[in-house]
Design a protein around this ligand. Structure first.
Ligand SMILES: [Fe+2]
Length: 137
């Protein structure tokens, strides 16, 4: 449901750089789809599909950001990529936990506390620095 986006996305996350803002909104749409599937009490398979749907887009978007940093000679690339890699690892661990235990209460808590807050914090601090670099060019 589109209305649930308000839970995770808000305009303070907007950088004024469409190459970042548009994929970030898509990330949150996929995160909301995952949270919504868990809230609805969806089956393990369905929650697994929404987790994979989020993970695929995370991978695509991180690769795009890293390409953009490389093309524009961004000095913070290595640190930024290290953050992406750590998050991708956390997401893989969540998927592994889900395969073992299904959509358990601890999975729900970890998605909310880790994934949602990580994305917000990353966008606010790390992607904002990249946005400033891109705008200054
Ligand atoms: Fe990023």
């Amino acid at each position: 449901m589109r209305g649930s986006m308000a839970l995770t996305w808000d305009t303070t996350l907007t950088m004024g750089v469409p190459a970042l803002d548009e994929p970030h909104q898509e990330l949150f749409r996929r995160l909301d789809a995952l949270l919504e599937a868990i809230r609805r009490g969806s089956s393990r398979d369905e929650v697994g599909r929404t987790l994979a749907f989020l993970r695929d887009y995370v991978r695509t978007h991180f690769a795009e950001e890293e390409a953009l940093m490389g093309e524009t000679g961004y000095a913070g690339l290595a640190d930024h990529k290290a953050q992406h890699d750590a998050f991708a690892g956390d997401l893989a661990a969540l998927e592994a936990e889900h395969r073992r235990n299904g959509p358990s209460p601890s999975l729900i808590l970890r998605v909310k506390a880790r994934v949602s807050s990580w994305l917000r914090d990353h966008i606010h601090r790390i992607d904002r620095a990249l946005a400033e670099h891109l705008r200054a060019r």
